[in-house]
Structure formats: structure tokens, C-alpha cells
Ligand binder design. Sequence first.
Ligand SMILES: [Zn+2]
Length: 141
Amino acid sequence: MKNKHIESIELYLLLCQVRVKYIPDLISGGVYSPSARTILIDENLNVKQKMFTLLHEAGHFIDYSTNPKSFTNASHNIARRKIEKSQKLSLAQKRAIIRNETKAWKYAKGLARQLKIPLGKNFEKDRKESLKTYRQLESED
Ligand SMILES: [Zn+2]
């Protein structure tokens, strides 16, 4: 299921030549691949989660477009995979990930404002909870 806000985010991404694909059971909820110019979204998310995830991944796209170097080796997907495999990340990698994630949320918010999408409290909650998982990285050695 989609709503009109999801459709306007998709239209924005279409104009930016970024593809959006919905696939079942995507572990991380959403992923942006700069090389494929594609955003993958877990199709099993509810409408609100889909909208937030799409905004967040669009945020990664905007971040990558404005500063491609900062994205290298620090996508949250890579981070998640490493966390799952309990692989060590360097402090520099951890900081780059946190920086990228913070920026993706910031751009997500800006895009929502541009597209006149009301976000409500759940967005803030999701943003904070998502960032918290990455901040925990920093405290681990
Ligand atoms: Zn992210």
C-alpha cells in the first residue's frame, strides 16, 4: 500500500533518475545503492514506515549527490551487515556512519518540508531510535 506522500517522494526520485523497488523481507528496511541509483524498500513495512524509510533513503541519495566521498564504505547497510556478523569497525568508520545517518535524516526532513509532507511525532521517534543504534557503535571498542 502507498499514500499520496509516498507517490510524491517517488516522483521526486523519478525526476532525479533514482529507481525505487519494493521487495519482500529486506533485512534493513531500506537501502540506497549509489552505483545502481536504486532505492530498495521492504514491501512488508506499513505505509508510515515505508514513507519514513523512503524519505531516509532519499536523504542518503541527496547526501551522496552533494558529497559522494563521504559515503564510501559507510553505508548503513554495510554497517548493519558488519554488526550482524560482529565484525569490528574502525573508529573512523563508525564516525563516518554516524555522520552519514545523521545527514540522511536531516535531508529526509528537508525533503519532507519541500514536498509538504507532514511528519508528526513518529518520524522523530524513528529518527532518534535509528540514530541510537548507530551511536551504540561508538561506545563499543
Ligand atoms: Zn541510513
